[in-house]
Ligand binder design. Structure first.
Ligand code: AMP
Ligand code: ZN
Length: 105
């Protein structure tokens, strides 16, 4: 599949990884919009939050808990942002679900 985040998950494209688990990866955003900008991504290809299915509940939970863990490691003690862009008018460009972790402000 011609999906950049699937290719990163499969190590067919490089990325600056900060985490890899069985189901979820996290890597630095190539064009950061915060002092620290990390993308937390399920390995499974799901195109958008709007197409999540009931069976994806645990995976989405794991994405959020992974972001929380990375935020702690990054010492974002005073706060951070977690953002899902959904659909073109929601700012989503890459059609593979990802959670933006923005911190270090
Ligand atoms: P979104 O607008 O929510 O779809 O966010 C996609 C994000 O992916 C943007 O912030 C891009 O800078 C980022 N991005 C695109 N390609 C790559 C890549 N190869 N490695 C890391 N981040 C990327
Ligand atoms: Zn994908």
């Amino acid at each position: 599949m011609n999906c950049i985040f699937c290719q990163i998950a499969n190590k067919e494209q490089p990325a600056d990884f900060v985490y890899e688990g069985d189901n979820v990866i996290a890597f630095k955003d190539i064009k950061p919009s915060a002092p620290v900008h990390i993308l937390v991504v399920p390995k499974k290809h799901i195109d958008s939050v709007k197409n999540l299915e009931e069976g994806d509940r645990d995976l989405v939970s794991e994405v959020i808990f992974t972001a929380k863990k990375i935020a702690k490691e990054q010492k974002f003690d005073e706060g951070y942002k977690l953002v899902f862009n959904v659909g073109r008018k929601g700012g989503q460009i890459i059609d593979h679900v990802h959670l933006h972790l923005l911190g270090g402000f």
